[in-house]
Design a protein around this ligand. Structure first.
Ligand code: UDP
Length: 493
């Protein structure tokens, strides 16, 4: 209503880039629609996330027509770790992954609760990362709706929900090849047991899962960085059958927020700008359309030196041009990818060490395929760019995302990953021949390669349509805003 202050939403992102980047983009897109957005974060993240907010406040495509955004900072508790580790990012990715990860989630509880006590009167809703399960209770204590942000696909979420609610493992042997059926989903979903998080093998992770899901179910609703036609039938399924949960699909947020071209701010969020981004893009300029495969496994994946050699061999055998990102700090960075002899081949390969301008690379006309670990952001970025995938999942939601890409959407080929194992655990080595064959299939002119490329291009067009005025994601943003405004009036009465 005229004269009423705009909605004020507090965004509270988790600290890893795969969570932080999409939530920052999401805040930008709500600000562009007139919502007052505050991003609550830690000192290390604040200095990096500032570039996203500054750009949004200064850009004509987003906030010029909307409401300025702001950042609030809560201290990261002193747990006797060096400052770099206190960003949470290093904490979560350090050796003893799970304890550290859980610790990171817990450490921010107290500062968050204190902030909310001081500021709740001024806030209409809290959008917090699903991992911060305790924020549901904290928001409820102040009568605030908590909306969980899920850094995953709705498909993966519906699958894990089914696993948690029905005893799917009970009637299944624990042989390596055993297959588990997930009942009641819009598609027939069968998954190898070895590719799933197994409660018997991972009790801590499983318990965390249960906490997170319970908190999300008790929340006001859930926000997904996705769009309806990408996950056919799942929005309806979620609303109708799954305890009548409210959910909004508002993505791809990178397209909606206009941050796509902004390599600098995305790199800054991860604290790892690539010095040679421009060189890499120039290298691509000289290549033929759809002739290059892009190879990257996100921010958390480590490969053994043996797997790195096989990957190098696979790229060589594929005969295709490639851009290969070797993340800083991964085990692989210290091994030498120039083996076997003669690799990388002449002018065929470009290796990025550190942070690659992924979104720009995927949208470059020279790129025709993406070898990916199926992290949800990477998957969505490939979909948005209309690029088919070679899928190489490792853990978390990645095997479900692979299923969506390969079996439901038909825009990818699996490399043959069989085992769910987190970043520092041992994986069965995928041979160079298998890697080369999947790449050739996805990049090939004939057979299913051509069909996949066509399908991927169409999905890219639909992704753009979803965030434009009148598109499904645009409408979902509007619907959530209306609900929150209506709630404000009813609470105020
Ligand atoms: N990313 C990037 N350059 C890199 C590595 C990663 O821009 O060199 C971005 C990528 O575009 C995506 C995010 O970091 O937005 C990684 O998220 P994803 O969910 O794909 O994987 P995660 O790292 O969380 O496993």
């Amino acid at each position: 209503k005229d004269g009423e202050p705009p909605l004020h939403i507090l965004f509270f992102p988790f600290l890893l880039p795969g969570h932080l980047i999409p939530m920052a983009d999401m805040a930008v897109l709500f600000a562009a629609r007139g919502v007052r957005c505050t991003v609550l974060t830690t000192p290390v993240q604040a200095s990096t996330i500032r570039s996203v907010v500054d750009r949004a406040n200064g850009s004509s495509s987003s906030s010029a027509a909307g409401t300025p955004m702001s950042i609030s900072v809560v201290p990261f508790p002193d747990v006797g770790l060096p400052m770099a580790a206190q960003s949470g990012r290093d904490l979560a990715t350090s050796r003893d992954y799970h304890d550290r990860f859980l610790q990171t989630v817990e450490l921010l509880r107290e500062p968050f609760c204190r902030f909310l006590s001081d500021h709740h009167a001024d806030i209409d809703a809290v959008v917090s990362d699903s991992l911060f399960h305790w924020s549901a209770h904290a928001a409820a204590e102040h009568g605030l709706p908590r909306i969980a942000f899920l850094a995953t696909s709705m498909f993966a979420r519906a699958c894990t929900d089914t696993v948690l609610r029905s005893n799917v493992f009970e009637s299944c042997s624990d042989d390596h090849g055993a297959v588990v059926s997930l009942p009641g989903l819009p598609h027939r979903v069968e998954q190898r047991r070895s590719q799933m998080m197994d409660p018997a093998k991972r009790p801590h992770e499983w318990a965390m899962f249960q906490l997170i899901h319970a908190a999300d179910r008790s929340s006001y609703g859930e926000l997904f960085n996705s769009f309806r036609v990408l996950e056919p039938g799942y929005a309806e399924h979620y609303r109708a059958t799954q305890l009548r949960r409210r959910a909004w699909l508002v993505g791809p947020v990178a397209l909606a927020s206009g941050s796509l071209e902004d390599v600098a701010s995305r790199g800054a969020v991860a604290g790892a700008l690539s010095p040679d981004a421009a060189v890499c893009l120039r290298w691509l300029d000289a290549k033929q359309a759809s002739s290059v495969v892009y190879v990257s496994f996100g921010t958390m994946t480590n490969f053994s030196p043996e797997q790195m050699r096989e990957l190098a061999r696979g790229l060589d055998l594929s005969g295709k041009n490639f851009v290969w990102v070797i993340a800083k700090g991964s085990t692989a960075a210290s091994s030498d990818p120039s083996t076997p002899d003669g690799f990388p081949t002449a002018n065929r390969g470009y290796i990025v060490r550190g942070w690659a301008p992924q979104v720009l690379i995927l949208n470059h006309p020279a790129v025709g395929g993406f070898v990916t670990h199926c992290g949800w952001n990477s998957t969505l970025e490939a979909v948005s760019a209309g690029v088919p995938m070679v899928t190489w999942p490792r853990y978390a939601d990645q095997f479900y995302n692979e299923k969506l890409v390969v079996e439901v959407l038909g825009v990818g080929v699996g490399v043959g990953a069989e085992d769910y194992a987190s970043c520092l655990e041992t994986h069965r080595v995928i041979a160079g021949e298998a890697i080369a064959e999947s790449i050739r299939r996805v990049m090939g002119e004939e057979g299913d390669g051509a069909a996949m490329r066509k399908e991927a291009k169409e999905l890219g067009v639909m992704a753009r349509g979803a965030v434009e005025k009148g598109g499904s994601s645009y409408d979902d943003v509007g619907q959530l805003m209306e609900e929150l405004i209506a709630r404000r009036s009813s609470v105020g009465c």
